[in-house]
Write a protein that binds this ligand. Structure first.
Ligand code: FAD
Length: 356
């Protein structure tokens, strides 16, 4: 039994660990955030598209209720920490290969009581004058957000530190230390830090850290590709997801595209896919001549077999907490609050099963 405040170490300053550190720190907890990268969002968070939505969820599935709650948490964040979302853009337009499929998509989400609307082509053309092939109809999901996930992680960390948390970067955690079935701290190459609670929010790095103390969390990774294109002028106003393209434009006009990725030789490597995607974009959008590919990065998304995130104390080692899962950017603010509530108040969420 600990009579003083628990010393909490959070491993990983991706979007998940940063949100957890923020939620713990604003409640006055003793928290240290550690990352092997040199700034927040150095892992897959820095390669995420940044689409906050439920329109890509499927009403009726277990994960759907969680997504809805996660979106509601973003609304709370807007009030609690307005600077976190100051650059976020609202709204997305989606359409499928046929109008019938697009209508079905709208219908599915309208029946789930979401704030979506089926727009006719003339309205779509007005919203997005750059479209060269305006679909007959598109679903407008007006409350979706597009944001920079690494920047959001940075705001969480800055606010956590201002509230009294410590943060250490460029420090890789080599191992989690345990004694008599409990965590006692973490080990770096240069020494150890004592802790009563260790939160593994290290994304794909959880496998190695947990494996080091004989625990298989079941975490796996799934690659996806993030393409960035320099562009000199504003071109699109919302996230666009058509049958051939998923694209948004950042506040500095960079065009950002997310794609699924399967390793399949140089012809289908990141660079070549990036160039081919630019040809598709030119076909779909009126782009200035100067648009060019600036980066093509593969990100390894931490994911579990059932698609659901994991959040909670592991039964094998006292004080060891795991927080990971897909889609991490959507879930992060909610995961941050739920984790703080479980660690500080002993209140467990019913939204998710406990980790095994
Ligand atoms: C192309 C692409 C598009 C995506 N689009 C979206 C989207 O639109 N919306 C969405 O919600 N999700 C999206 N995702 C998924 C999203 O990126 C992830 O779910 C999320 O970023 C996971 O965050 P994380 O904090 O768990 O992991 P990470 O960001 O990987 O953070 C883990 C951190 O732990 C650190 N770390 C690891 N091991 C150690 C160690 N031993 N010691 C110290 N530090 C360590 C790493 O440096 C890293 O910073 C996308 C992913 C990709 C690749």
């Amino acid at each position: 039994m600990i009579s003083r405040q628990p010393r909490i170490v959070v491993i990983g300053a991706g979007i998940i660990g940063s949100a957890i550190a923020y939620n713990l720190a604003i409640r006055g907890a003793d928290v240290l955030l550690v990352d092997e990268g040199h700034k927040p969002g150095s892992g897959v968070t820095g390669r995420a598209f940044g689409w906050i939505n439920v329109i890509n969820g499927t009403p009726g599935e277990t994960s759907y209720a969680l997504w809805r709650e996660a979106i509601a948490e973003y609304q709370r964040l807007k009030v609690a920490l307005p600077e976190a979302l100051s650059l976020a853009r609202a709204g997305s337009l989606l359409w499928r290969a046929t109008s019938q499929e697009t209508e079905q998509l709208a219908d599915l989400h309208l029946r789930a009581d979401e704030d979506v609307e089926l727009l006719k082509s003339d309205v779509v053309a007005e919203l997005e004058p750059c479209l060269r092939r305006v679909p007959e109809c598109a679903v407008f999901s007006r409350n979706d957000l597009a944001l920079d996930p690494a920047q959001l992680a940075g705001t969480f960390v800055t606010t956590a530190v201002a509230a009294g948390a410590s943060a250490r970067f460029d420090e890789k955690v080599a191992a989690i230390e345990t004694a008599s079935g409990r965590v006692t701290g973490i080990r770096f190459s240069g020494g150890t830090v004592e802790a009563d609670v260790v939160v593994m929010a290290s994304g794909s790095g959880i496998k190695g850290l947990a494996g080091g103390i004989g625990i298989d969390t079941g975490i796996a990774t799934s690659p996806a590709l993030l393409l960035r294109y320099a562009c000199s002028v504003p071109v699109i106003n919302h996230i666009l997801r058509g049958s051939r393209l998923e694209v948004r434009q950042a506040s500095d006009n960079t065009l950002i595209v997310a794609k699924s990725y399967v390793e399949d030789g140089a012809e289908n490597g990141p660079q070549m896919l990036g160039e081919r995607t630019l040809a598709v974009m030119r076909d779909e959008l009126d782009l200035p001549d100067d648009v060019m590919l600036t980066s093509a990065d593969i990100g390894n998304r931490p994911i579990f077999g059932d698609g659901l995130p994991r959040l909670g104390f592991l039964p094998q080692v006292g004080g060891l907490y795991v927080a990971a899962g897909h889609p991490g950017v959507i879930l992060a603010p909610l995961v941050g609050r739920l984790t703080a509530e479980e660690i500080l108040d002993g209140r467990r969420t019913e939204l998710l099963p406990s980790p095994k």
